[in-house]
Design a protein around this ligand. Sequence first.
Ligand SMILES: Cc1ncc(C[n+]2csc(CCOP(=O)(O)OP(=O)(O)O)c2C)c(N)n1
Ligand SMILES: [Mg+2]
Length: 583
Amino acid sequence: MAGAAIKATGEGAEAAEAERPLTDGFHLVIEALKLNGIDTIYGVPGIPITDLGRMAQAAGIRVISFRHEQNAGNAAAITGFLTKKPGICLTVSAPGFLNGLTALANATTNCFPMILISGSSEREIVDLQQGDYEEMDQLAVAKPLCKAAFRVLHAADIGIGVARAIRAAVSGRPGGVYLDLPAKLFARVMDADTAAKSLVRVIDPAPAQIPAPAAVARALDVLKSAQRPLIILGKGAAYAQADDDIRALVEKSGAPFLPMSMAKGLLPDTHPQCAGAARSTVLKDADVVMLVGARLNWLLSHGKGKAWGEPGSKKFVQIDIEPKEMDSNVEIAAPLVGDIGSCVAALVAGMGSKWPLPPAAWTSAVNTKKEENIAKMAPRLMNNAAPMDFYGALGALRAIIKERPDAILVNEGANTLDLARGVIDMYQPRKRLDVGTWGVMGIGMGFAIAAAIQTGKRVLAIEGDSAFGFSGMEVETICRYNLPVCVVIFNNNGIYRGTDVNLSAGADVATTVFVKDSRYEKMMDAFGGVGVRVTTPDELKRAVSAAMDSGRPTLINAAIDPAAGSESGRIGNLNPQSKLRKK
Ligand SMILES: Cc1ncc(C[n+]2csc(CCOP(=O)(O)OP(=O)(O)O)c2C)c(N)n1
Ligand SMILES: [Mg+2]
């Protein structure tokens, strides 16, 4: 192994012994990762992991250094989503660790497999709280925020520690894992042969979880009983990489389907059964809803309330790998517990060749609604007004993705997010990456960088001006690694809108307002990329096309009418209002 270069020093009779090859903690961590197919690490260097990054790079792992750990963590998280292997984020102790922790918690919430590996300070000093350099009991802090947390104290345990972390991240419902490596561990030396034997290759890290035949039969019975079936595809379905079986399930069933944000493109949004443009109709009127890797959380109004029509009017079939997910918000008539691929394959097999199509009254009612809504939207997307509104700008970007369906779209913001999700059709699986379950700002540049690195495809990041600010410094990282990322900032001078006024007589601007007409494109210029400012949809389309053709790091500052957005985008209903506030 790589550590064999180190020789023990000794004297006299111990000379032979001294020639025994040795290795150390640094090499063992790297070898353990490589043995398990880890080829990329995202992180920020510093004590005690600077050499670990260097040596990992020397050993052939791609080590991508970021400007802030949260962005490195987000890159690792989305790598997990895209590859089904844990993405690795490497951070320094206490503050670096905490910076990475938001991404780890977000990965766990979104069921993305990732491992946050963090160096930590000396246990003896930390535990006696004697004020070590970057002192923190990181394991205790991480534990409630991730799926599993481990600490390795002995070099001989590095292999097993890495193996446990990998298996914990990807098996069952995937999630974030914390691996604590105290500084002393890296320099610990051990006999190279013994060390090699201590490494663990994780066999079958995410074993198939086959659904019970009775549960499959029950699910099919419920689906068959439907007069108005609906299939909802969640990002769990996208993660599963069971694209052909999912398509077969949807097409055999003949049911309208609704993709959740990151499941868009599993089947094209232009598919005749896609009910994305008739969302409120299908949610309200369906009588049987089959959830495929989608949770009944806030994003689906918890499966109840006004959006879901008459109380008790629906039966749910739910496919999920996590048994606890069943009945989380409403009764599930047919729980199907297993991995999505196995469950969907079993359903397709059970449907046979004579599965009845849903009543035409249902599918044609959905289609009528859908066509009505699409027709209503069309002229808004064609408007070439300046200043641009969201729809005009998104109409241009929608055309770009239609022309380049294999490009990856990253998206965050409020209006910029909600409207782009609705307007931009996706055509291929796992091409839309966004704020996920938490609606978190700050994923933009980390996701974009990892998407470019993992897939080699063009990346288009559509960012609200506020959203961009959370990770904007990583444009330097994009330039440093010369990544084919085009960032488009929807610049409406603030959060939701740029027109708010300070309610007091004070001189400060309102809390949601930024510097007017900021020249974000100069940030990209500063690092050698292409910076462009555009004010019309035509200019926007031209600039993005050029960026997608060239693959050069590009930032397009798109001036959007500061009055065009609405408060909180499409989720203003979640925003508490003061009864006392004057309107
Ligand atoms: C980490 C985090 N902090 C704060 C928020 C609250 N938040 C939601 S959207 C948003 C920014 C919206 O503004 P912008 O990105 O400019 O989008 P716009 O609506 O203006 O298009 C903020 C700060 C959040 N979701 N996540
Ligand atoms: Mg904005």
